[in-house]
Design a protein around this ligand. Structure first.
Ligand code: SF4
Length: 242
């Protein structure tokens, strides 16, 4: 069978216990560094695999990093269910940031409910009102924010660093998993029995809004299912401009 005819499946790497322990310890240390150096730090979570690694690590280190998610009102039902899963497992309450209803109505009048398929400009405007504006509101008063981004996720993330300055919002930005591989992520989740988003079991390595995310095939980039109708360089939603 052609490799590309099969859907992506969760990797099952075999790492030594020593490697896993060292990887987890280094991550915990990164979070402690952030926690000690800054007050008012927030983590933007989409409930995908990388973000569950960070939620587990935040809980383990008892960091004062608060967790929120951008509920665009176009998410998969499973993403909303993960909020309760996280609360049950860790006692962490994930705040949901919603877009403004007036902005959604104006967008729908101008572009149509699913106008983001029709042009890059319409897609960027939808992401702006449903993600970028709520993110800016979420980060008001913060000194730093945390993301689950990794180098290997996309060409647009190849130059990622642990610490960056977010010029758009005027605060520090941390990517504690910047140098982690996909195998590192899944080995951590398995080793620590971390709950995972149900769509990972259906061929989705990356999870965003329901109409803009689809499963990927074996061998494709892990973000190939995000805005699959666009070129790779256009596959960001405006949250990660530094
Ligand atoms: S991912 Fe799609 S539905 Fe979600 S905000 Fe962006 S364009 Fe809109």
């Amino acid at each position: 069978m052609n490799q590309l005819s099969q859907l992506w499946t969760i990797p099952n790497p075999e790492f030594s216990q020593t490697f896993l322990d060292d990887k987890a310890s280094a991550l915990f240390e990164r979070l402690r560094q952030i926690d000690v150096a800054y007050s008012q730090v927030r983590f933007a979570s989409s409930m995908a695999a990388e973000d569950l690694v960070l939620i587990d690590a935040i809980a383990h280190t008892k960091s004062a990093i608060s967790v929120f998610t951008l509920n665009t009102l176009r998410l998969h039902a499973e993403s909303i269910e993960m909020i309760e899963t996280v609360h049950s497992r860790y006692g962490i309450t994930i705040q949901q940031l919603l877009p403004e209803q007036a902005s959604i109505e104006a967008y729908t009048r101008q572009y149509g409910e699913n106008g983001f398929y029709d042009s890059v400009q319409a897609k960027e405007q939808c992401c702006r009102i449903r993600k970028v504006v709520p993110l800016a509101q979420a980060l008001q008063g913060c000194q730093a924010w945390v993301t689950g981004q990794r180098h290997g996720q996309a060409v647009t993330r190849a130059d990622l660093a642990f610490k960056e300055y977010d010029r758009e919002r005027g605060i520090e930005k941390f990517n504690p998993l910047f140098d982690w591989t996909e195998a590192d992520v899944w080995s951590y989740l398995k080793a620590r029995s971390v709950p995972i988003h149900p769509l990972h079991l259906k061929g989705y390595p990356s999870i965003g809004c329901e109409p803009c995310t689809r499963p990927v095939r074996q061998g494709e980039n892990v973000r190939a299912g995000r805005w699959w109708w666009l070129q790779e360089q256009k596959k960001e939603c405006g949250l990660h401009q530094t």
